[in-house]
Design a protein around this ligand. Structure first.
Ligand SMILES: NS(=O)(=O)c1cccc(NC(=O)NCCCCO)c1
Ligand SMILES: [Zn+2]
Length: 262
C-alpha cells in the first residue's frame, strides 16, 4: 500500500516501486523562463462525445471518473498518434493554497485535473500502454478558488455515493468532460514524464494548459469531503479525509519543457 504521508509516502515509493526513482519523473516545476517555444505543433484535437456513460469511483487516492467511450479521442499538438480518453481525476490539498502537482515558477495551485488518454495507434489496451513510452497522454488543467464552475457540479453531485473508499456511482447523464477544460486550448506546455502515483511508469506525455480554471471554494471543499479510509474512525472519532494527494515535484534531469506559444 502507498499513500501521501508517513512511511508509505512519496519519499519511500521507490522502495517498492523502483521507477519512482527514475530520470523522467512527474510532477515538475515549470520554469517559464526556461521553456522553449515549438512552432511545429499542429492544433490540439480534442473530440469528446457526451453520450459516454461512465462510473465514478473513490480509489482511496482520488476520485476517478472512468470513461468507456471509443468516441473520446485526442490527437495533434505534440502527439504523433491518436489517444483515447480512459479516465479523469484530480489532485488537491487540505486548503486552497496547495493541491496541484505541477507548479509554475514555484506557484502551487489549489488543485489539478488530469484527463488520462492511452495510445490506441501503438497499443492494444490501456493496461499495456500505461507501461510503455508514448503510451499515455494526460491533458492537465490547474484549478484555483474563484467563481463556481457549473460543469463540475455534474461530477460533484455524485460524490455522496462515493464518500467511502471503493464507493462507485454510475454516471449516465450526458456529460462532456471537455467542459472542465479552460477556454484557451491553444496555449500549453508539454514534456515527457511519468505517472505521478505508483507504479510511476515513465510513459506519460503531459500537456498542461496555461489558462487556469476557476471553481468555488465550496466546490474545492467537496473534493476534500472524500474519505480515504473505509470509514474507520480515527481516535478523534472523525473520518480521515483524502487531502494533500499531490506528489512533490521531481528533478527535471535536463528535460526541456516545450511551449505551444511565444
Ligand atoms: N496522476 S496521473 O499521472 O495522471 C496517472 C494516470 C494514470 C494512472 C495513474 N496511476 C495508476 O493507475 N496507479 C495504479 C493504482 C491507482 C490506484 O488504484 C496515474
Ligand atoms: Zn493524476
Amino acid at each position: 500500500a502507498w499513500g501521501y504521508e508517513g512511511d508509505i509516502g512519496p519519499c519511500n515509493w521507490h522502495k517498492y516501486f523502483p521507477k519512482a526513482g527514475g530520470k523522467r519523473q512527474s510532477p515538475i516545476d515549470i520554469d517559464t523562463s526556461a521553456t522553449q517555444y515549438d512552432g511545429s505543433f499542429k492544433p490540439l484535437r480534442i473530440h469528446y462525445d457526451s453520450h459516454m456513460c461512465s462510473s465514478l469511483t473513490n480509489n482511496g487516492h482520488t476520485f476517478c471518473m472512468s470513461v468507456n467511450s471509443d468516441q473520446c479521442n485526442l490527437s495533434g499538438g505534440p502527439l504523433e498518434d491518436k489517444y483515447r480518453l480512459l479516465q479523469f481525476h484530480c489532485h488537491w490539498g487540505s486548503d486552497d493554497t496547495k493541491g496541484s502537482e505541477h507548479t509554475v515558477d514555484g506557484h502551487q495551485y489549489a488543485a489539478e485535473l488530469h484527463l488520462v488518454h492511452w495510445n490506441t495507434d501503438k497499443f492494444k489496451s490501456a493496461d499495456e500502454a500505461i507501461e510503455k513510452n508514448q503510451g499515455i497522454a494526460v491533458l492537465t488543467a490547474f484549478i484555483k478558488a474563484g467563481k463556481e464552475h457549473r460543469g463540475w457540479n455534474h461530477v460533484l453531485s455524485h460524490f455522496k455515493d462515493i464518500k467511502k473508499v471503493q464507493g462507485t456511482s454510475t454516471v449516465n447523464e450526458d456529460f462532456n468532460p471537455k467542459c472542465l477544460l479552460p477556454e484557451n486550448q491553444t496555449d500549453y506546455w508539454t514534456y515527457e514524464g511519468s505517472l505521478t502515483t505508483p507504479p510511476c511508469h515513465e510513459s506519460v506525455r503531459f500537456i498542461i494548459f496555461k489558462e487556469v480554471v476557476e471553481v468555488s471554494s465550496e466546490q474545492l471543499a467537496q473534493f476534500r469531503s472524500l474519505c480515504v479510509c473505509s470509514s474507520r474512525k480515527r481516535d478523534t472519532g472523525e473520518d480521515e479525509h483524502l487531502v494533500d494527494n499531490f506528489r512533490p515535484i521531481q528533478p527535471l534531469n535536463g528535460r526541456v519543457v516545450k511551449a505551444s506559444f511565444q
